[in-house]
Design a protein around this ligand. Structure first.
Ligand code: SAH
Ligand code: SF4
Length: 342
């Protein structure tokens, strides 16, 4: 049985040719999959009933299911999406009242091998990479369920995109060509896989690269992110400078603020100095308490002070709004919960 979700127009055209149908059919089906986001061939009502019956014998739109769904009072929707082998990942739809955009936060792996100390995903270990179709299916799941078109995508769900780069790049291509979501509306977040950042610098990637820095020096960063021992912060900075130089693009630096750990005035100054020559915006992420550990969220006052100090250094700084706090919409929580309840 062929799964239609994830097929490009060209592939659908070949399929139609094999079935003795016209190219126009392929276009119609493509439209049903990506624009109207149907979940079954029966819903493709401009195809004749006979054709649909034949088509159903060889193809199905999707085999991906919604295992759990939670809707937050702020409009955020969190899905636990299940693939045919029973593995699940989280996908979150965020709406921002003041903007016309619908942002999907997608996962690229089941679990994550990077194992950052603050992250619930890492705690479960690494299970497997997602295929590019499984990455696309998350956005289609949202569109099918809500009847809305996703406008922006962030790879900030579970997993490390640069450790599954081939599938992520293929998904990007299809988001561009078939979903009509422009590359500039897509952000890839990474914990800093240096060789892959050099590789990306040579590609034609038009999406935004976001770097999870989280600390201004080796010692603090190593406490949060074991990967710092493999890819240290000074080497990472060289890779980022090269990326910016080669692509001409501005990157985003993500920085989790943990009370008393990396939110001090000294840290802000050290971070400002570290980022001085890098063309970047900074996104501050107040720590979200997802697992049992000693980390605490900073106070609003401390967040604003940290932000001010960085702005003073001439950078554009944003603070990530907390979305879906009442439905555990932070990294790794829903999946973790399900496992506990099992
Ligand atoms: N693996 C990639 C992308 C997925 S994580 C990366 O690490 O960049 C996406 C973002 O969520 C990262 O910036 C990560 O640091 C952040 N995150 C993970 N756990 C968090 C928590 N408990 N509170 C706040 N942000 C968290
Ligand atoms: Fe993996 Fe990102 Fe979580 Fe670190 S923060 S464990 S890299 S998903």
């Amino acid at each position: 049985m062929k799964i239609l979700a994830g097929l490009k127009l060209k592939e659908l055209e070949v399929m139609m040719e094999e079935m003795g149908a016209t190219k126009f059919r392929a276009k119609q089906i493509h439209n049903w999959i990506y624009s109207k986001s149907v979940s079954s061939i029966d819903e493709m009502t401009n195809l004749s009933k006979d054709f649909r019956e034949d088509f159903k014998k060889v193809a199905t739109v999707t085999e991906t299911k919604i295992k759990l769904k939670q809707v937050s009072s702020d409009g955020t929707i969190k899905y636990l999406v299940e693939f045919p082998d029973g593995e699940c990942v989280e996908t979150v739809l965020m709406r921002f009242d003041n903007r016309a955009n619908l942002t999907a936060c997608v996962s690229c792996q089941v679990g994550c091998a990077v194992n950052c100390s603050f992250c619930a995903t890492g705690k479960g270990g690494f299970k497997r990479n997602l295929t590019y179709q499984e990455i696309l299916e998350q956005v289609l799941t949202i569109q099918r369920d809500t009847g809305l078109k996703v406008t922006n995508i962030v790879f900030m769900g579970q997993g490390e995109p640069l450790l599954n780069l081939q599938n992520v790049l293929k998904a990007l291509e299809i988001f561009n060509d078939d979903f009509q979501i422009g590359a500039r509306r897509i952000t890839i977040s990474t914990s800093g896989i240096i060789p892959k950042i050099y590789e990306l610098a040579e590609s034609e990637l038009q999406s935004t690269l976001a770097i999870s820095l989280h600390a201004p020096n080796h010692k603090l960063r190593a406490e949060l992110m074991p990967i710092e021992n493999k890819y240290p912060i000074d080497d990472l900075k060289k890779a980022l400078s090269n990326y910016i130089e080669k692509t001409g693009r501005r990157i985003t630096v993500e920085y989790i603020l943990i009370h008393g750990f990396n939110d001090t005035t000294d840290c802000a100054k050290e971070l400002a100095y570290f980022l001085k020559d890098l063309k970047c915006n900074i996104n501050l992420i107040p720590y979200n308490s997802v697992i049992e550990n000693d980390y605490k969220k900073p106070s609003n006052n401390d967040i604003m002070k940290f932000k001010y100090l960085l702005e003073h250094s001439g950078k554009k700084v944003t603070v990530r709004l907390e979305r879906g706090a009442d439905i555990d919409a932070a990294c790794g929580q829903l999946r973790g919960k399900l496992h506990k309840e099992k």
